[in-house]
Design a protein around this ligand. Structure first.
Ligand code: TRP
Length: 435
């Protein structure tokens, strides 16, 4: 057994606790859990017996990913990873909504007295990264850095699976199958593609950038994910994934020939894919914006390094960036004044790194401050929050063997599920599938 001091994960990564499932035939629309996911995940077939349970236990699968970057910034961290950690530890997302704007606090009430067991998968999507040019000398390094940062930020490999997308080749394979069932004009509508390709010019943009959302749909659908926490900018991609599910299930998973193919392959006859729900997550209640322009998102593609704080920035760099960041000449610090986007953004960051404090409490402290007074306070709060993460990051990164083990076990767990879904997809489409 392998131990690593200083980390909460001091034993070999265990697999999820055994999950009790009951596999009943209810009409699809009335289910709030993906029974098919459970069946596939547990290798059950339609004929599995149902064990009577006092309390129903349901598995709910959560999947999310971010692109590898050697320089994860505050937007990635507050908008994604910190929220994943909260979810992993509490089973709740304090500020997430579905695509229709319904809060998950409300939605979770529908669970009634069913006990929900979450299975979390967090993925470093390195194959999405290559949709724009990557330096081969840096890709591996940034992939490992990202995975180590997940762990350093609190993703616990004994509670959640961490894996690298390219380690599970089913992603590429399912993406191809889905490419062939996704209409061209669905992708032509994608705002992110339009933006990115306009910037680079279509002669230099790879086809992969165009089909990027299909690969993302494959990431999600392979795991029968019920819920996908993402930022607001991924809304359209999630809608696309849902559209693909409906189209696929409708085109391939109906009627007696489908049932026959399933039976022959020993698979349940449910539609292959689960419609994922988006959990649109707002970082501490809002998006993290650039330090040099409170109206645009903090982004790694911004050429101005001073526009973002990286999670691994040393204290002096953080102090300096905050000192120089854009503000205005109005007195005091306030929230949600549309004329003062920088004030809102800096307050949001200040609040997000002090999770125990209420907005009122924070406002009370800082509302009358001049920028010169507030900025050092913000810088120190940020440093205090990031310091332990940076420390753990250094430990994890120094121990290549541990990191490789986490990723190997993550990929193995992921692959087991992914392979089953891929096989079911192929059966549905009529491929000759080995037993
Ligand atoms: N496109 C997402 C982003 O840029 C990253 C991503 C890829 C993702 N595959 C995913 C997120 C699957 C959630 C689920 O943020």
């Amino acid at each position: 057994m392998f131990t690593l001091t200083g980390l909460s994960c001091s034993r070999s990564v265990t697999s999820f606790a055994p999950i009790v499932t009951s596999f009943t035939k209810q009409p699809r629309a009335s289910r709030s859990f993906s029974l098919y996911a459970e069946a596939i995940a547990n290798g059950e077939t339609e004929s599995s017996t149902v064990t009577p349970q006092k309390k129903k236990v349901r598995t709910r699968r959560i999947l999310s990913g971010v692109q590898p970057t050697g320089n994860l910034h505050l937007g990635n961290y507050l908008g994604a990873i910190k929220q994943w950690v909260e979810f992993q530890n509490t089973g709740k997302f304090s500020s997430a909504q579905d695509l229709d704007g319904k809060s998950y606090e409300e939605k979770d009430k529908d669970d009634g007295d069913v006990e929900v067991v979450n299975e979390n998968f967090f993925c470093v999507v390195d194959m999405h990264a290559i949709t724009v040019p990557q330096d081969p000398d840096e890709l591996e390094e940034s992939t490992l850095t990202s995975a180590a940062l997940y762990i350093a930020a609190g993703i616990d490999p004994t509670k959640s699976k961490i894996f690298v997308q390219s380690h599970v080749s089913c992603h590429a394979e399912l993406a191809w199958l889905l490419n062939c069932v996704t209409p061209m004009n669905w992708l032509e509508r994608m705002i992110q593609f339009k933006d990115k390709s306009k910037k680079a010019g279509t002669e230099s943009v790879g086809v992969g950038l165009f089909t990027y959302p299909v690969l993302m749909a494959a990431d999600i659908l392979l795991y029968q994910a019920d819920r996908v926490p993402v930022g607001e900018d991924q809304r359209q991609h999630l809608e696309l994934a849902r559209d693909i599910v409906r189209r696929f299930n409708d085109q391939y998973c109906k009627g007696n020939p489908y049932k026959k193919r399933c039976k022959k392959a020993g698979l349940p006859t449910y539609p292959v894919f689960t419609e994922p729900e988006a959990m649109i997550v707002k970082a501490g209640g809002a998006r993290v914006m650039s330090l040099t322009d409170g109206k645009s998102k903090m982004s790694k593609s911004d050429p101005a390094e001073a526009s973002r704080i990286n999670v691994l920035d040393p204290p002096d760099v953080i102090r300096d960036k905050i000192k120089r960041c854009k503000t205005d000449s109005l007195p005091g610090v306030e929230w949600d004044n549309p004329e003062r986007p920088e004030s809102t953004n800096l307050l949001n960051i200040y609040a997000a790194v002090q999770p125990g404090r209420s907005r009122e409490d924070i406002l009370e402290e800082v509302k009358d401050m001049a920028w010169g007074e507030f900025k050092p306070l913000l810088a120190e709060a940020l440093i205090a929050h990031l310091e332990p993460i940076q420390k753990r990051y250094a430990e994890v990164r120094a121990d290549g063997e541990y990191l490789r083990m986490v990723l190997r076990e993550g990929a193995e767990a992921a692959e087991e599920i992914a392979e089953r879904t891929l096989r079911a997809t192929k059966v549905a489409m009529g491929f000759s599938v080995p037993k």
